[in-house]
Ligand binder design. Structure first.
Ligand code: ATP
Ligand code: MG
Length: 477
């Protein structure tokens, strides 16, 4: 099959997507053209008092009807064309449409006066559109063919070999032309077509190339980002080893394995140990975030959503009891909801947000976790009545290393990396995370915080059925 794909096409997915969109655009435009054509005929007759002959009436209406008919056919088959350069694809469909359109236009021009027809300029419009989609050589060939047919018809008409159909009412009668006029007209018409093709083709070519260049720059940037993350992982790993060693030595000293230590030294060692633990936690977080950027998400783990959340909450129950915090789970999904997701990443999200809530709630407070689901997404809300987040800092708390100005750093240890990781994962899962403060549990002096996480369900199974939810549809909506 004729290969119409330009040789410099390099990102095929994007190329076919563009062709598909342009084909649909032409189909819509053609519906409009057919309607305008009927309109032209009616307004011509009644508004401008043009007198169409019976032959012209039949011809114009048949052409409009044919345009509508083949457009409906093209419209219905466009979904089924392939994106394989060797098979019947979107470009072949574009070529067929162009051939049909040009034939219809040539007939229309012929039946409205040929050289006298006001409609011949539409050829230029077609040439420009064709140049945006089809390879240059096809369009130049088409421009040559149109010029030849137009010239032949003009001279056949001149020597009365075919009937002439000027629009009565536009001119007073058939206009006598000299041969020079006809020749000049045909030459200027052809030159106009070729110049339009040349300019449109050049612009389209440059645009395509620019687009492809942008794409390859983007790919290079992604490669650089991957290299950067790998480099960070390497360095941070190197830092981790000596700190871990210092940490274990401190532990040995603290536990008296290298001789007895005074109370004062023990106290200092405990503080030093705490600082190394913090440093190790920070390193773990940086490693997590770097690995996360390298990771391709695999949505393959089957998760029973309610049971999964309950399990995570169980791991926090001792901590909650210690601080006399009421840890509540409100499950509003009245079905056994199974989803496919990435267990480890999903757990990382929930444990970070829940541990924050427990950390930033004072003794006797409440942490309420709520689960809701719709047809194609689930919503998890983690609400507390803790210290809250100052309004002007709300937008910053997902930034790496950012910690609220209202926290007590000696009580609330941390690195400010937790929520940055959470946001990155949620977005990788195609979802969104939002935060608000005060929360709906706010009481006096405890404004509280509310985290809402919405994630699309890529695959869902309940008691009755199994179905897959299209991620792209969700993201588009
Ligand atoms: P870590 O990296 O150990 O998690 P962190 O908890 O300080 O440290 P994040 O989890 O990223 O870091 O949170 C960033 C900041 O957002 C916190 O320092 C805190 O100021 C604020 N924050 C997060 N969750 C809550 C919450 N439930 N209530 C009040 N403030 C919160
Ligand atoms: Mg945290």
């Amino acid at each position: 099959m004729l290969n119409l794909v330009p040789e410099w096409t390099y990102h095929y997915g994007e190329f076919w997507k563009a062709i598909k969109i342009r084909n649909l655009w032409f189909i819509r435009l053609r519906y409009l053209a057919a309607v305008i054509l009927f309109g032209f005929f009616i307004t011509g007759e009644y508004l401008f008092h043009l007198n169409f002959s019976t032959e012209q009436i039949i011809a114009i209406n048949s052409i409009s009807f044919s345009i509508l008919l083949y457009n409906v056919i093209v419209h219905s088959i466009r979904k089924y064309v392939s994106t394989d350069p060797d098979k019947f694809n979107g470009l072949h469909l574009s070529l067929i449409q162009m051939i049909l359109d040009l034939t219809a236009l040539m007939l229309l021009v012929y039946y409205t006066g040929l050289i006298e027809s006001p409609l011949y300029t539409f050829f230029i419009f077609h040439m420009i559109i064709g140049s945006l989609i089809l390879p240059g050589y096809i369009i130049y060939m088409t421009a040559g063919l149109i010029s030849c047919v137009f010239a032949i018809l003009t001279f056949f008409q001149r020597y009365n070999l075919i009937e002439s159909h000027f629009i009565s009412g536009l001119y007073l009668g058939p206009r006598p032309h000299t041969l020079t006029y006809d020749i000049l007209f045909v030459i200027i018409f052809a030159v106009m077509l070729f110049i339009s093709v040349y300019i449109a083709n050049k612009i389209a070519h440059q645009l395509y190339q620019r687009e492809q260049q942008l794409r390859s720059s983007l790919e290079k940037l992604n490669e650089a980002e991957i290299a950067k993350q790998k480099y960070t992982i390497g360095i941070v790993h190197e830092i981790k080893t000596p700190i871990a060693a210092v940490h274990s030595i401190l532990e040995l000293i603290k536990n008296g394995y290298v001789g007895s230590v005074s109370l004062l030294v023990e106290e200092k060692i405990k503080r030093a140990e705490l600082r190394t633990e913090e440093a190790l936690q920070l390193i773990k977080n940086i490693l997590n975030i770097s690995k996360l950027r390298l990771l391709e998400i695999r949505l393959t783990d089957e998760i029973n959503l309610s049971a999964f959340i309950k399990n995570i909450l169980d791991t926090f129950s001792d901590l909650a009891k210690e601080k006399s915090i009421a840890l509540i789970f409100n499950d509003n999904t009245n079905e056994q909801l199974f989803i496919k997701s990435d267990k480890i990443l999903f757990e990382l999200v929930l444990s970070n947000v829940i541990s924050n809530a427990i950390k930033y709630v004072e003794k006797g407070g409440t942490v309420d976790v709520k689960l809701d689901s719709t047809e194609d997404k689930f919503i998890i809300e983690v609400c507390d009545n803790g210290i809250g987040i100052p309004q002007k800092e709300i937008d910053k708390i997902f930034e790496q290393f950012y910690r609220g100005s209202n926290i007590n750093r000696t009580i609330h240890e941390g690195s400010g990396m937790g929520l940055a990781i959470v946001k990155e994962i949620v977005e990788k899962l195609g979802g969104i995370i939002k935060v608000s403060s005060p929360s709906r549990l706010a009481v006096e002096n405890r404004p509280g915080t509310n985290f809402g996480i919405v994630i699309p369900i890529h695959y869902k199974q309940n008691e009755y059925d199994i179905f897959e939810v299209n991620r792209e549809d969700y993201l588009e909506s």
